[in-house]
Design a binder for this molecule. Sequence first.
Ligand code: COA
Ligand code: MG
Length: 296
Amino acid sequence: MRSYLFVPGDSQRKLEKSLTSGADCLLIDLEDSVSASQKPVARQMARDFITDARKNAAPDTPGLVVRVNPLGSGMVEDDLAAIVAARPDGVLLPKCEHGADVQNLSALIAVHEAEAGMAEGQTDIHALVTETAKGTLNAGTYASVSDRLKTLSWGGEDLSADIGVETNRDENGHYTDLFRYARTVTLVGAAAAGVEAVDTVFVDFRNQDGLESECRDAVRDGFSGKMAIHPSQVEVINRIFTPSDAAVEKARRIVELFEQAGEDAGVLSLDGQMIDRPHLKQSLKILERARMAGIV
Ligand code: COA
Ligand code: MG
């Protein structure tokens, strides 16, 4: 999936608008965008929203993922009790600090799946892994923790607060080293765990050029999608994370080349370039993304 749009769970208006935003996936938020007093309302609204979306399911219904409150907040049990039975596609865990947190969340979800008569493992997990210093250091701990785990993403705002930095960008608008590090360990951690890496939000939501350039950097560096905070960001993200016709065509040719060369093929050549197995792996990824984007 390319675009993941955050929607505050206590805003009926935004929830309604989000369904026609074109986002591949909605991140219905029960955490930072919802005040403490609104949490019970947001849980109910999220549950009703997902239940309705399941009733009126259409081919273009986006993925429905709920961002719960962090483990240890004392709120995650109530969040799960409200939403798991409505059958969201997944749960996004903020301030995740270790692969063990994903295992703990998985066990909590399993109880609610059982109570609702659902198959165990039906609910995916997505994890935000660099929102604390500890989480950032542990980004390499996600391999083989749970079959539920589908993506890792990173966040800069909470990490700023945890470490006490004044600003996360330098005078040219580029992320400072700490945030480039968090972004990089997320990419490496996700690849090591065999899951997708999703780039963090771009908060300056009226700045389309800035968003576009950040999306291009993310595609270049291996992210498969990006989170959004405003519907106007979705079109840009979808466009830039959809592989180009030229990239799809090249990927097809590489896959065909390996098919023709047979099982034992090692190194091959295409248009005067050396092509080996990492190129095949990369090409299969591009074709999978093109399929997900509905262009092949
Ligand atoms: N999802 C769905 N609809 C949204 C939306 C979102 N994330 N953000 C804005 N909209 C809607 C607004 O309701 C508005 O519709 P309306 O005019 O019919 O009421 C329209 O899009 C235009 O919104 P705009 O006026 O440009 O923005 P705003 O000032 O109302 O809201 C934010 C700005 C940042 C508060 C809002 O985009 C938002 O709530 N984003 C998500 C925040 C979040 O979840 N953060 C947690 C993760 S970091
Ligand atoms: Mg946060």
